[in-house]
Design a protein around this ligand. Structure first.
Ligand code: ARG
Length: 465
């Protein structure tokens, strides 16, 4: 069943008498997925060719033929009529072989002072760097959508939860701004990672550098890298830039999943804190009443793929001896899938949030139920009746139990009933039992008071410019 009639690879097969087994070809080839690196590969090769000529390593006319031929290859690939070949293994050899078809002999001079090892490291860095930019842009749009919600609802009261039990009233704006902070840190993680990865591996050659008088600064500059990588072994063998990207993506996906989960809960009939627009909902083929938050559910699930990719690449890289090993070919599919998933999730969340209606009345009614101002009552007892906080907590607990038994909220207790727990309580206690007063009183920096929320919104607007 294996095919021994193949001829040896034209790119490296000089010492080979026979071609690869069919299964060998299948396990070895990466063209099925690394064709996605074509633009980066061609860009890197054009920069390398220009530098080789500038250094007098190849002639100007050869470099020109190579650079123009590569543009033809680029347009063939973009036009969808490029003859990708599995026998040619990967994007690097597919492009070079096609260049040879197009321009003949000068194509063979392109690989001078270069190896596929520094070539793939360069291509992949360029690709991941673009994905950092895409994530930064996607997060910017998402942050703006959350900011718009926060600004509109800076003083809309909703229940704040701990253990998913009503805890204290907060504002819708405050809750939205919590996500703005998380996504803001995600954004800065991608910025940090981008900055660190922005060094050029090109010119490291196979692993040891090269005897040709390359100008690594020139190729670094042409590819918008800050500088060449300082150690050729490191340049071809680390994939920490991809691990950093995946790590930042995983943390971001965790944040996305938490917001998605809240949107699923809040849009349920039992909550109705939010209504999702038709654009982001689906129906059921059997239950006519259903409006399902599928997009939110899928965003909630994306962390599975993204973290899966992260764990996969960490596992591939762990324990690999320096320098290049073919194991590292397994880096791409994981990163491609994680990046696609993240960008889609970011765009969907930004769209969903922009089109989301927060139901102010429903949220306020829920905030007023569930004894959410019990802490305010305890604080009143400390402030106005001079009780130690622990005693005030205990007395408030007794009042909550009394209200629960009576089937009312705290402000449904009469003064006489309150006096049975503590005789120092007076009429002014009722002013702290309302949810609006409760949130307005949380003036500590970062607290839920509408003034604080508006200050947070203003600060973020300034940051985003
Ligand atoms: N397709 C390979 C990869 O993705 C390119 C580098 C191959 N290098 C080699 N020495 N065989 O890693």
């Amino acid at each position: 069943m294996t095919d021994q009639t193949k001829t040896a690879n034209t790119m490296w097969g000089g010492r080979f008498a026979a071609g690869p087994d069919a299964i060998m070809e299948q396990i070895n080839a990466s063209i099925g997925f690394d064709k996605r690196l074509y633009a980066q590969d061609i860009r890197g090769s054009r920069a390398h060719a220009a530098m080789l000529a500038a250094q007098g390593i190849i002639s100007d006319s050869d470099a020109q033929a190579i650079r123009e031929g590569l543009l033809t290859v680029l347009s063939e690939i973009e036009g969808g009529n490029f003859p990708f070949s599995t026998a040619l293994e990967d994007i690097h050899m597919n492009v070079e072989a096609r260049l040879k078809d197009l321009i003949g002999e000068p194509a063979g001079r392109l690989h001078t002072g270069r190896s596929r090892n520094d070539q793939v490291a360069t291509d992949f860095r360029l690709w991941v760097r673009d994905q950092c930019d895409a994530a930064i842009e996607g997060l910017g749009a998402l942050i703006r959508a959350a900011l718009a919600q926060a600004e509109a609802g800076a003083d809309w009261v909703m229940p704040g939860f701990t253990h998913l039990q009503t805890a204290q009233p907060v504002t819708w704006g405050h809750h939205m701004m919590a996500y703005v902070e998380m996504f803001g840190r995600d954004l800065s993680r991608f910025q940090d990672a981008r900055k660190r990865m922005n060094e050029s591996p090109l010119g490291a050659a196979a692993l040891a550098g090269t005897g040709y008088p390359l100008d690594r600064n020139a190729t670094a500059k042409a590819l918008d890298f800050d500088r060449p990588m300082a150690n050729s072994l490191d340049a071809v063998s680390d994939r920490d830039f991809a691990l950093e990207f995946l790590s930042a993506a995983s943390i971001c996906a965790v944040h996305l999943s938490r917001l998605a989960e809240e949107l699923v809960i809040w849009s349920s009939a039992q909550f109705r804190f939010v209504s999702m627009s038709d654009k982001w909902s689906t129906g059921s083929s059997i239950m006519p009443q259903k409006r399902n938050p599928d997009a939110a559910e899928l965003i909630r699930a994306k962390i599975g793929r993204i973290l899966g990719a992260t764990v996969a690449l960490f596992t591939v890289m762990k324990g690999l001896p320096l320098a290049y090993s073919k194991d590292m070919q397994e880096d791409k599919e994981q990163v491609f899938d994680a990046a696609d998933s993240l960008m889609l999730a970011l765009a969907a969340m930004a769209g969903m949030l922009s089109d989301l209606t927060a139901n102010r009345d429903k949220m306020e009614a829920a905030a007023s139920a569930g004894f959410s101002t019990a802490t305010d009552l305890a604080d009143w007892l400390v402030r106005e009746a001079g009780l130690p906080f622990r005693d005030a907590h205990h007395a408030t607990g007794a009042l909550v139990a009394m209200a629960e038994k009576k089937g009312v909220d705290l402000d449904g207790l009469t003064l006489a009933e309150m006096h049975s727990v503590n005789p120092k309580i007076n009429q002014s206690v009722y002013s702290v039992l309302g949810v609006h007063n409760s949130v307005a009183s949380r003036q500590s920096y970062g607290g839920t008071a509408p003034d604080q929320v508006r200050a947070q919104v203003a600060r973020w607007k300034e940051v985003l410019g």
